[in-house]
Write a protein that binds this ligand. Structure first.
Ligand code: ZN
Length: 175
């Protein structure tokens, strides 16, 4: 309206301008992975959580269950990949992205490559054992037939502090 002052809009509640559906972002999906990690923490498992996303939807969620299943391969990523394969009905997850709170180990990084995950997004790095660039980068090996895009450091501090408080509690003398 020509010449109209914006003052008459002043009374409109601001919430009208907030979109009803927020854009899915890396941080939002990492929050989902963190919720899985918190469940692992509560179950006295090393708190790592994971979700797999396809076309903007979570199709698999898992937490580390090594102690519960008495299985050294029951890392969050391995369980989430198996779930995602079942959901898709194929072992090829080429249009799926995997979010995990900690940098994958060599076993999980290998599984990500085998499953052809499009993109890996992780929270905190694992300086000693990480296979997405810290110790080794298995996700982008020129000689393998698949390479993942990698994004690191999403909610890094929250992901790291959960793991640190887990190990701090474990080291504390039991009273
Ligand atoms: Zn692993």
């Amino acid at each position: 309206m020509p010449g109209a002052s914006r003052d008459h809009l002043g009374g409109w509640p601001n919430r009208l301008y907030i979109p009803a559906v927020l854009e899915p972002t890396d941080a939002a999906f990492m929050r989902e992975a963190l919720r899985q990690a918190e469940k692992a923490f509560a179950a006295e498992e090393v708190p790592v959580g994971c979700v797999v996303v396809r076309a903007g939807k979570v199709i698999a969620r898992a937490q580390n269950q090594v102690e519960l299943l008495k299985d050294a391969t029951a890392h969050a990523e391995m369980l989430a990949i198996t779930q995602a394969e079942a959901a898709v009905g194929d072992w090829r997850l080429a249009d799926c992205d995997l979010y995990v709170t900690k940098e994958p180990c060599p076993m999980c990084a290998g599984a990500l490559v085998h499953a052809r995950i499009r993109r890996l997004i992780f929270g905190c790095s694992d300086d000693r054992g990480g296979a997405a660039g810290s110790m080794i980068n298995l996700l982008q090996m020129p000689t393998l037939n698949h390479r993942c895009e990698v994004t690191s450091g999403v909610l890094r501090d929250e992901c790291a502090s959960l793991i640190q408080s887990f190990f701090r509690a474990r080291r504390a003398p039991k009273s």
